[in-house]
Design a protein around this ligand. Structure first.
Ligand code: SAM
Length: 447
């Protein structure tokens, strides 16, 4: 049952016919959609994977967004665990179009982009797919635990040109005019979640709307300084009311100094997706972004580092980091971004950056699980074994695997040609390098 006050607020913005149609749609099932990782899977292979479950392209994200006829068990799909696609509601995919409107050359130019409220990572993965690999994305999440989930999801997506941070929006004030583009996908009253999540209705109230609208303004004001004059802000919410949407966009333009280039609501009953509002705002003035003072560090030397370099694609450089547990971790960074990615550690609380490659243990080099998913990984480094679905699920569920016919030593296990992780093959058994945190815990064969 939708709250009366919710319907009254809708009536302040929409004609009665729209309100009726929207409310009726909120009682229906939400559509299911997925977005392809173009760095990992072709359109043809993606469509073939979903077969008769595929329902059609998402109109505003046609090359990678796909509706499905039903919600399959994504957890039981090994391809999902390779980072080949992200389960994302369709309307949110419109952010890709706004990026291209703001920066038509985004695919070929080097930009600095901030996703300020990024967890669990839907829009960060989308931005990474549309940005040039020489661009840098800072994906931030203020909640500590959610920042961990964000880092996991971005590692799976596999782009090395990303820094995951765990900062309050106010901390970004330190980076004056550093970003060309800022996405603020703000925490909101969640009206667009009403049909997906019953509890969203219970948590909604006119007071919550007011509190959310005020918090959104605070987040925007706190971080605005980090956007360069002439840069672009994408402001979005998954809510329908004008307080959090149009009125906040007007407030940004008036109080912070911007021009709204476009804004749009996606409404259930009208668009095949969840409720979503997005606005593209150009920050007033024009100035180049201010570069960070780079932190210069040296590449590690010695035989483990030389061996680790062979695990990487050209254009990547290594740096050695000592982890909290005292391990010596080798990480890879795009050569042109390395100094800048390291410099960010001086300003922000960095949770992850670049690609974890390997840990040095004595004379040995142990590959890191995240390397398997990274586009920086040189797939010729280890022999590959393609698993069928059953064996892939067993690997992901940490069940014992015997690959006695395969070469001994490190192997990359793949499903449909995409890496799922590493094992050390001992002949009679395999030692899995797949992290416990990613283990499938549900019954893998119950459909
Ligand atoms: N952009 C994400 C995606 O596409 O997957 C969804 C982001 S969600 C709508 C909003 C995020 O803002 C949540 O992860 C939440 O933890 C975070 N958040 C909550 N309070 C915040 C605050 N005061 N400042 C910044 N972020 C906040």
């Amino acid at each position: 049952m939708l709250p009366e006050a919710f319907i009254s607020i809708l009536r302040e913005s929409y004609p009665e016919e729209t309100v009726q149609r929207l409310c009726a749609a909120l009682a229906e099932e939400a559509p299911v959609s997925v977005r392809r990782n173009p760095a990992k899977i072709s359109e043809e292979a993606f469509l073939a994977h979903f077969g008769t479950d595929a329902f059609g392209a998402v109109p505003w994200s046609a090359s990678d967004g796909l509706y499905l006829k039903r919600r399959p068990s994504f957890t039981r799909d090994p391809l999902f665990h390779s980072g080949a696609y992200y389960v994302q509601e369709a309307a949110s995919m419109a952010v890709g179009g706004l990026l291209e409107t703001a920066f038509p050359e985004a695919g070929s130019t080097s930009l600095r982009v901030l996703d300020l409220c990024a967890a669990p990572g839907g829009k960060s993965t989308l931005l990474l797919s549309r940005l040039n690999p020489e661009s840098l994305l800072v994906a931030n999440e203020v909640m500590r635990q959610r920042a961990g989930i964000l880092a996991e999801n971005l590692a799976l997506w596999g782009a090395p040109n990303v820094v995951v941070t765990n900062n309050d929006p106010a901390d970004f004030g330190r980076l004056e005019s550093y970003f060309d583009l800022m996405l603020v996908d703000a925490p909101c009253s969640g009206e667009g979640m009403f049909r997906k999540d019953e509890s969203a209705i219970g948590e909604w109230s006119p007071d919550a709307v007011r509190l959310c609208a005020a918090r959104q303004r605070r987040i925007l004001a706190d971080s605005w300084r980090s956007l360069r004059p002439g840069g672009a802000l994408i402001y979005s919410t998954c809510t329908f009311n004008h307080y959090e949407d149009e009125e906040n966009t007007e407030w940004i333009c008036r109080e912070l100094g911007g021009e709204c280039l476009s804004q749009r609501h996606f409404l259930p009953g009208f668009d095949h997706g969840e409720g979503f509002y997005c606005a593209l705002i150009r920050k007033g003035g024009e100035a180049p972004r201010k570069p960070l003072k780079s932190a210069r560090s040296n590449a590690p030397t010695g035989s483990p580092a030389a061996a680790a370099q062979k695990l990487l694609q050209p254009g990547m450089v290594l740096r050695e980091k000592t982890t909290r547990e005292g391990a010596h971790l080798l990480k890879a960074f795009p050569a042109g971004l390395c100094a800048e990615m390291e410099a960010l550690e001086k300003w922000l609380s960095v949770r992850a950056s670049g690609t974890a490659v390997a840990t040095i243990k004595g004379k040995d080099l142990i590959p890191e699980a995240d390397l398997a998913y990274s586009t920086a990984f040189n797939r010729e480094a280890f022999p590959e074994v393609n698993l069928d679905r059953e064996a892939a699920l067993r690997f992901l569920a940490h069940e014992p695997l015997v690959l006695s016919a395969e070469p001994k030593g490190y192997l990359t296990l793949c499903y449909k040609g995409l890496p799922l992780g590493f094992v050390k093959n001992l002949g009679a058994r395999c030692n899995s390098l797949h992290p416990l945190s990613r283990r499938i815990r549900m019954d893998i064969f119950e459909e």
